[in-house]
Ligand binder design. Structure first.
Ligand SMILES: Cc1cc2nc3c(=O)[nH]c(=O)nc-3n(C[C@H](O)[C@H](O)[C@H](O)COP(=O)(O)OP(=O)(O)OC[C@H]3O[C@@H](n4cnc5c(N)ncnc54)[C@H](O)[C@@H]3O)c2cc1C
Length: 622
């Protein structure tokens, strides 16, 4: 496909979602009450649209910008909202045949329409705020055969047929270049939030929205769309209840008394805060048939395996026992073969090793390698870590193999019929959807820190199978630079036993160093509210909540955090919550075991100086 320069067409794909804060969860019945709940355009999609408009203004002033959605008749309102924000035209894929589509069936319909419309760039939000999969952009890219750049915060036109973008990754940022046409997914920082004015809404009231039915897509078969064409199905919903909180509020006590009670509270904390104990590895299973294999796609962080890789191996070993399946691991990197003993000790019987000097594969090349490996080995189950890299690759592999994928699982189990049940957090962790695949392999990405690595058995050995690093497709994206944040606390947030949540109440960026001292003292990770990340006081990767990450440490210490719903959903699974806030009515106290009404900097400064209380010793019972 050749591309004109300057650009002539931009597309933005959006989803209408229920307003998360208005959805009611019935913990007893395990149901989600959506009726009568207002809808909105998913917030990352709004950023995608606003960023695309800005990009057009600066770099492609002649391009027409169209918005697309697939959804029920009422989704026309979401498209009108986008017209009010500045889109030129709107297309609505609306047909009963689309009802019940999962992400792959949705991606098929959107890619069918984009193939005909031939935009230069198609923008999506990083993920939707209801189902939070982040699949659709990557799967549309795969189905169209285009490159993708996900979670971007900046985009520039480099010249004929090329763009460069700054994208957010788990460890920092990447500067990436890609050929057009390209799929872009937007992070929050791609554009500032904006709402249409009353006048803008009035102006688009009667504007035409083009309706597209399945028949108009002129596709060879109808059975790849809607519920029946979806490779995954939701089998039930479990509403997650927040642990009962002790609700102690220290309002009138002086600072010294508050510190003493804080210390006593930690010492008498009812929940176990000792290190998570490791289960031993079960005896290895022998995969006698091809479908009795579980493939774990591992990832490296520098020269080490990421901890989540070992968590996945531990889970796979236990699933393998239930279904008599052998665990196989894929490892890639310049020193990949040196990881084989570790993979074996954590449960892998076979290690697929891809090694080469300076070997770094992009999403498309890795999709090719993994799809080929899966076709050869025919595993029943494939699991990936839910990291920025794997969340790019797994949806493409699933789309290429026509397989179901569930992302960001918090657990996996095998039911009595031998099917993999994938537990997926949704609605900002308020609910867990139980999802099954109707296709093989059953594929899932799993959130770091949710599963336990088994205690290693260093007497185990794994057979090594080499994966050929040659014959890869030509790369259409390239990483020009990677800026990795040095902050270890940022990297490990999901697996930290203690997380300090930093809110605007700490007062200024200069106080971050004091928080860091406290974090070091407690061996804690550092999280942030969105406002703190917006202000640049802490990296975006620290953001906890609806549009950030979810954490479930044994202890969460909220400093100067108001307790907005969007923040709470990211930390509500924490074991013990302690909050320090100078407003006795702050919402965070409704979610805390211990609330301390105090200036948070005065509190932590006193905690650290002149003789720091040995909080860590109290906490871990040393
Ligand atoms: C679509 C959408 C998605 C969002 N996603 C997220 C998300 O992922 N994560 C997130 O966190 N937010 C998110 N938000 C934003 C959220 O609604 C809140 O605006 C944000 O969490 C508030 O941050 P804060 O508590 O740091 O700041 P503020 O609301 O400014 O609260 C500061 C708090 O500090 C207290 N305080 C002030 N001074 C002191 C002091 N000296 N000592 C002690 N306490 C003090 C105040 O009493 C107040 O309670 C989202 C919003 C939307 C609309």
């Amino acid at each position: 496909m050749t591309h004109s320069f300057p650009l002539s067409k931009l597309a933005v794909c959006i989803k209408q979602v229920p307003v998360a804060a208005a959805v009611e969860f019935d913990e007893l019945r395990g149901t989600i009450q959506r009726e009568g709940v207002p809808s909105e355009v998913s917030s990352f999609d709004v950023r995608a649209l606003l960023g695309a408009l800005l990009f057009r203004h600066k770099e492609a002033p002649d391009a027409r910008l169209a918005v697309y959605t697939m959804g029920p008749p009422q989704a026309v309102e979401a498209l009108r909202y986008c017209l009010a924000l500045g889109a030129d035209e709107a297309f609505h894929l609306c047909d009963r045949a689309f009802a019940g589509s999962d992400t792959l069936a949705t991606a098929r319909a959107l890619s069918d329409v984009l193939r005909r419309q031939r935009p230069d760039i198609a923008f999506f939000g990083r993920n939707s705020t209801d189902s939070e999969t982040g699949h659709v952009g990557a799967q549309v890219a795969e189905l169209l055969g285009w490159p993708q750049i996900t979670a971007i915060q900046e985009l520039h036109l480099l010249g004929p047929g090329r763009v460069s973008a700054v994208r957010q990754i788990d460890e920092g940022m990447e500067l990436v270049q890609a050929e057009l046409p390209v799929i872009i997914t937007a992070a929050e920082d791609f554009a500032e939030e904006r709402y249409p004015s009353k006048e803008e809404r009035e102006q688009v009231r009667g504007r035409r929205v083009v309706q597209i039915s399945l028949a108009e897509l002129d596709v060879p078969s109808r059975d790849r769309y809607g519920f029946s064409g979806s490779p995954t199905m939701v089998d039930g919903i479990r509403v997650v209840s927040e642990p009962a909180r002790r609700g102690i509020l220290l309002e009138n006590e002086d600072l010294a008394t508050q510190l003493r009670i804080f210390q006593e509270f930690l010492a008498s904390a009812p929940k176990g805060v000792e290190s998570r104990s490791q289960k031993p590895l079960p005896a290895p299973s022998v995969g006698e048939t091809p479908d009795a294999r579980i493939l774990v796609v591992t990832e490296m962080l520098g020269r080490e395996l990421r901890p989540v890789s070992l968590e996945l191996l531990g889970k796979a070993a236990w699933l393998g026992t239930t279904m008599s399946a052998q665990v196989e691991a894929f490892v890639m990197g310049p020193n990949a073969s040196s990881q084989v003993p570790t993979l074996a000790a954590h449960g892998a019987s076979v290690a697929h090793v891809m090694e080469g000097r300076g070997l770094v594969l992009g999403t498309e090349e890795l999709t090719h390698v993994l799809s080929r490996l899966i076709a050869q080995r025919e595993p029943r189950i494939v699991v990936f870590p839910s990291t920025s890299a794997s969340r790019d690759v797994a949806p493409r592999v699933a789309a290429r193999l026509d397989a179901g994928l569930t992302s960001d699982c918090v657990d996996l189990e095998i039911d009595e019929s031998g099917t993999l049940v994938q537990h997926k957090a949704a609605f900002g962790d308020n609910a867990v959807a139980l999802i099954r695949s109707r296709t093989l392999p059953e594929m899932a990405t799993v959130r770091p820190g949710m599963l336990e690595a088994a205690a290693p058995d260093w007497s185990r050995r794994a057979a090594v199978m080499r994966v050929d690093p040659n014959g890869l497709p030509r790369a259409r994206t390239s990483i020009l630079e990677r800026i990795v944040t040095e902050d270890q606390a940022v990297r490990s947030l999901e697996s930290d036993e203690t997380v300090i949540g930093v809110g605007m109440g700490i007062g200024s960026v200069s106080n971050i160093s004091v928080v860091e001292r406290l974090a070091k003292h407690l061996g804690a990770g550092i999280g942030a509210t969105r406002k703190v990340a917006d202000a640049g006081w802490l990296p975006r990767q620290c953001q906890v909540g609806l549009s950030g990450r979810a954490v479930s440490p044994e202890m969460y210490i909220a400093l100067g955090v108001r307790g907005a719903y969007e923040h709470i959903v990211g930390m509500r699974r924490s074991g013990i919550v302690i909050a320090v806030n100078n407003d006795p009515d702050a919402m965070i106290f409704d979610h805390a075991d211990l609330g301390i009404v105090q200036d948070c900097m005065a509190f932590i400064t006193r905690l650290l100086e002149p003789e720091p209380l040995d909080v860590a010793a109290v906490q871990f019972g040393r």
